[in-house]
Design a protein around this ligand. Structure first.
Ligand SMILES: [Zn+2]
Length: 319
């Protein structure tokens, strides 16, 4: 309470206050310098053809940018800045000791909700916005399939889907199957997808990897298609599989079945509705599960009345 008894003139001219103001100015100067230098990396990685706006945003050659960094280093090492930083730290310690914070209710509530917050004072953890909508397998019924039931299941599967065939890739069809194994899934005149299948917990079959090719492409399964459409399709399928690695083989095969009309399906995004995407000229290779999948009719997009995978262009999902 000493400041109450001091006259304003005395306090504003006191040497302590002047020294403190000097230190504050030193710190705000070094802060400004630091912010300038921090802008340099993002400017360096931007392509030069960004244009006139970019040039206006930051003037100076590369040599000048290096000079800015050097200036900052020299300033940081200087006696006045070091003295000011020491004083600031001492002051911070003192303030921490002097003050007892009453935590606001909201802070406590947030802390309980999220253990990721290390302390109320630290910056909040960045949580990326979830993409809309998300590609996930349906919460469902697809029961686990074991290795000893695979041959019988595939026989049944091939009988039920005239355009689709799935085979185990093996040099000796009479040999006992063992994991991991390779499946060749093909939709006639559309595509072939190689699936690496392994066992979760040594029992139920899951798909670990997938690579799509054009029907008549003769390439080894561990390579990649020469066509962008099948490269993109591979990316989309792998992304969905990896989002839920323990999903049963049956569910993955059901996902692949949704590619049966790959080259005649329209994108489910209402503002798009095209077969080939505007930018990349590829069919809708992305998939989103819906409990009430929409289909295009003459009157536009309408509910199909049953669950299924809706086709999208990858770019139409990002917008
Ligand atoms: Zn689209």
């Amino acid at each position: 309470m000493a400041s109450v008894t001091d006259t304003p003139t005395a306090s504003s001219s006191s040497p302590e206050l002047l020294a403190l103001q000097g230190k504050l100015k030193t710190l705000s100067d070094i802060n400004a310098q630091l912010r300038t230098v921090r802008r340099i990396p993002t400017q360096l990685v931007k392509p030069p053809e960004v244009g006139i706006l970019q040039q206006l945003n930051f003037d100076g050659t590369l040599a000048e940018k290096f000079q800015l960094v050097k200036d900052l280093a020299a300033a940081l090492a200087s006696e006045s800045v070091q003295g000011s930083l020491l004083a600031a730290r001492a002051s911070e310690q003192k303030v921490k000791g002097d003050l007892i914070f009453t935590k606001p209710r909201e802070t406590r509530k947030r802390k309980r909700q999220s253990s990721a917050d290390p302390s109320p004072g630290s910056p909040r953890v960045y949580v990326p916005e979830a993409p809309q909508p998300t590609s996930r397998f349906p919460r469902d019924e697809a029961t686990a399939l074991m290795l000893d039931g695979l041959a019988e299941y595939l026989k049944e599967f091939n009988r039920a889907n005239p355009k689709i065939k799935v085979h185990v890739v093996t040099s000796d069809p009479h040999r006992t199957l063992y994991l991991p194994l390779l499946l060749r899934y093909s939709i006639r005149d559309a595509l072939t997808i190689f699936l690496t299948v392994d066992g979760a917990d040594g029992t139920s079959l899951i798909v670990e990897n997938a690579t799509a090719f054009a029907s008549r492409e003769q390439k080894p399964h561990h390579s990649q298609s020469d066509f962008v459409v099948f490269q993109k399709l591979t990316q989309q399928v792998v992304r969905i599989i990896q989002s839920e690695p323990q999903v049963p083989l049956r569910a993955t095969l059901a996902l692949l079945n949704s590619y049966e009309n790959l080259f005649s399906q329209k994108c489910t995004r209402e503002s798009c509705g095209r077969i080939l995407s505007v930018e990349a000229h590829i069919p809708p290779v992305a998939r989103v599960w819906s409990e009430n999948a929409r289909v295009w009719s003459q009157d536009g997009l309408k509910n199909g009345g049953s669950p299924g995978w809706e086709p999208f262009h990858p770019t139409c999902l990002q917008r």
